[in-house]
Design a protein around this ligand. Structure first.
Ligand SMILES: Nc1ncnc2c1ncn2[C@@H]1O[C@H](COP(=O)(O)OP(=O)(O)OP(=O)(O)O)[C@@H](O)[C@H]1O
Ligand SMILES: [Mg+2]
Length: 309
C-alpha cells in the first residue's frame, strides 16, 4: 500500500503547523522524517494515521482518502504515537490482547501474534508486569508491539527508538529494516545516523514545509555539488604534486593539510571527479598513493544548513 500526501496543511489557531506538503511513500520503502522541534513531523504523522483531522489537502492510503475511509484504513496502519500513551494499570499481555481485539483480530490470531511480538520486542521477562511498572525503554517496546500487533501494511512510527538502550536500538533498527522490505514505513527521528542506518529516503521538514527530499547520497550531492578528497602521496615532493594536480582540468582547489606528510585536500570542479586521474598520475610518476578518502558532507551539516533559518 502506498501513501500519497497532497498539499497537506494544518493550523492550530493562527499557528501553521504543516504548510502545504506533498510527498509519496511507496511499499517496501522506509521514509525518514527529519526536522527540528516543532517542525510539524508529529502533526503530519497524526494526519496520516487519522488521529488528527486533516486541515487542507489530502492523505490517501492505497488510493483511498483518509478523509472518507479513515476508520477502514486504521486496520491497515500501525501507529506509534509520540508520547506513546499506554494504559498504565494493564499488564503488558492484557494490553496487547486488547489492542489486537480493537483492530478486529480473532482471539486465535491475537494469541499467535502476541507471542511473536513479545519475542520480537524483547518483552518476555516483563510481559506480566503492569505497564506502569515498566521502565521507559520497556514502555517504548510495548508501544512498538502495539503498533505491529495486527501486522499492518503501513507503519507510522514517531521517534521509535527514543528511550531504548543501545542494544535494543540496534535490534529495533534491524527490525524496521526487515519490516521495510515488505511494508510501507514512515518514521521520525532526531538521531541523524539513525536515518542513514534505517531509511531508504529522507524528508527534511522545517516550519511545516519540506526543505529536502531524497536519499542521504542525493542530499549530500545537492549540498556540496563538489567532490572533496583527502590525499596522502608518498615518495614525492609536495611542490611537484601540487603542480601536477593544478594542471588537471577536473581540479578546482588544492589545500595543503600536512606539508611534512604530503597530505592534501583536493576539491574538484562542480559535477566532476578527480579520483581516477589522481590514481593514474601517481602510477605514471611512481608516487605512492597511501590515502585517497572522499570527504562526505555530514548529514548534520546539511540538516543545520536547511533548518536554521
Ligand atoms: N495540540 C496542539 N495545539 C496547538 N499547537 C500545537 C499542537 N500540537 C502541535 N502544535 C504546534 O504545531 C507545531 C508542530 O508541532 P509538531 O508536534 O508537529 O512538531 P514536531 O516536528 O513533531 O516536533 P518534535 O521534534 O519536538 O516532536 C509546533 O509549533 C507546535 O507547537
Ligand atoms: Mg514530534
Amino acid at each position: 500500500m502506498e501513501i500519497h500526501i497532497e498539499n497537506l496543511s494544518k493550523n492550530y489557531g493562527s499557528q501553521k503547523a504543516v504548510d502545504g506538503i506533498t510527498f509519496d511513500v511507496r511499499p517496501g520503502e522506509v521514509l525518514g522524517f527529519l526536522g527540528p522541534n516543532g517542525a510539524g513531523k508529529s502533526t503530519t504523522m497524526k494526519m496520516i494515521t487519522g488521529y488528527l483531522s486533516i486541515g487542507e489537502g489530502d492523505v490517501s492510503v492505497g488510493g483511498k482518502s483518509v478523509r472518507e475511509y479513515g476508520d477502514e484504513l486504521k486496520r491497515h496502519i500501525g501507529y506509534l504515537p509520540e508520547n506513546n500513551p499506554l494504559y498504565l494499570d494493564m499488564p503488558v499481555i492484557d494490553y496487547l490482547e486488547f489492542c489486537g481485539a480493537l483492530q478486529g483480530m480473532s482471539p486465535g490470531s491475537v494469541q499467535q501474534r502476541l507471542k511473536e511480538m513479545i519475542r520480537v520486542c524483547g518483552l518476555n521477562a516483563e510481559k506480566h508486569k503492569k505497564i506502569g511498572e515498566l521502565s521507559k525503554g520497556f514502555r517504548q517496546r510495548v508501544g512498538l508491539a502495539q503498533a505491529m500487533i495486527h501486522d499492518p501494511e503501513i507503519l507510522v512510527l514517531d521517534e521509535p527508538t527514543t528511550g531504548l538502550d543501545p542494544n535494543q536500538i540496534v535490534e529495533i533498527r534491524n527490525l524496521i529494516r526487515e519490516l521495510g522490505k515488505e511494508k510501507t514505513v514512515v518514521l521520525s527521528t532526531h538521531i541523524l545516523p539513525e536515518v542513514e542506518a534505517t531509511c531508504d529516503r529522507i524528508l527534511i521538514i522545517n516550519k511545516g514545509k519540506i526543505v529536502a527530499n531524497g536519499t542521504a547520497d542525493t542530499l549530500r550531492k545537492q549540498a556540496t555539488g563538489q567532490e572533496v578528497i583527502r590525499l596522502k602521496i608518498e615518495d614525492a615532493r609536495v611542490e611537484e604534486v601540487i603542480e601536477a594536480l593544478r594542471k588537471m582540468p577536473t581540479v578546482d582547489t588544492i589545500e595543503v593539510i600536512d606539508k611534512e606528510r604530503n597530505r592534501l585536500e583536493v576539491q574538484s570542479r562542480t559535477g566532476l571527479s578527480s579520483t581516477r586521474e589522481i590514481f593514474h598520475l601517481c602510477v605514471q610518476k611512481g608516487w605512492i598513493l597511501s590515502e585517497l578518502t572522499p570527504l562526505e558532507t555530514r548529514l548534520e551539516d546539511i540538516f543545520r544548513n536547511l533548518t536554521t533559518n
